[in-house]
Design a protein around this ligand. Structure first.
Ligand code: FPP
Length: 243
């Protein structure tokens, strides 16, 4: 599909965010343990990161672990932490070579000091890369992000009159990234699951029944094409509807 991908740059979403759902069901349908689904999902993530660079997406945000995911069985939580650590240990160098800038959204404090340190080192190493910004949402929750922003504003002595949309944007974990143009959710669920709830006010959604490990480049291109065909009005009306 790479060769035939012909969406003009102005119709390509600058920022794509993905809820990588369905790893568990993918594994179950193959008689494998859930963690095998997360490992297959990680493999797929590598492909989607590459495709993002190829398609000209500039910001990619992935929902890897939510504030609610702590409620999963301890072995699965440990497995997901281990996958994150593995990604840093084994993929970071290549991501760096490919010009990917790694950022983290969410709270790092709850991770082990070792993982916390590795994430900070990865951010530092890649901070000047410009080909693609990869925001990894890990221990992220949209409501938690807003709570954290309000706490920090109060601590900074921000007055009621100073609070506006731009200021709130500056206090969110996503500071420095534009709002997502397109949010993709795999595995067919129709909910936001606490993902970028402030930033997604005018995002376009693309929902596919495909489980995340099977969401390939071809389907990614289809999502981008669907986005390109949409008419974004941001609460207004499009020019053609004016007399
Ligand atoms: C949702 O599927 C998926 C997750 C909670 C984890 C996603 C993580 C990865 C793909 C690994 C990449 C990680 C990093 C740190 C880069 P689910 O388990 O809820 O699936 P189900 O709804 O079918 O049970």
């Amino acid at each position: 599909m790479g060769e035939t991908f012909q969406i003009p740059p102005e119709k390509t979403p600058k920022h794509v965010a993905i809820i990588m759902d369905g790893n568990g069901r993918w594994a179950l349908s193959r008689g494998k343990p859930r963690l095998a689904g997360h490992r297959a999902g990680t493999e797929n993530l590598r492909r989607v990161i590459r495709a993002s660079v190829e398609f000209g997406v500039k910001y990619l945000t992935i929902y890897a672990f939510s504030t609610e995911n702590w409620g999963r069985p301890p072995a699965e939580v440990r497995g997901l932490m281990h996958i994150f650590e593995n990604v840093i240990d084994h993929e970071l160098e290549e991501l760096h070579q490919e010009g990917v800038q790694l950022r983290h959204i969410g709270r790092l404090e709850k991770l082990t000091p070792k993982l916390h340190k590795k994430v900070l080192a990865a951010i530092e190493l890649t901070k000047n890369n410009t080909r693609l910004v990869l925001n990894i949402a890990f221990n992220y929750g949209g409501r938690d992000e807003i709570v954290y922003a309000v706490q920090n504003m109060l601590q900074d002595g921000v007055s009621a009159e100073e609070v506006n949309i731009e200021l709130i944007n500056k206090y969110l974990f996503t500071v420095g990234s534009p709002d997502p143009d397109l949010i993709i959710r795999t595995s067919g669920e129709l909910r936001t699951s606490n993902f970028l709830i402030w930033q997604s006010a005018y995002s376009e959604w693309y929902i596919t029944p495909t489980f995340w490990p099977d969401f390939d480049k071809k389907e990614y291109a289809k999502a981008l094409q669907t986005y390109a065909d949409r008419d974004r009005r941001y609460g207004g009306v499009s020019d053609e509807h004016y007399e």
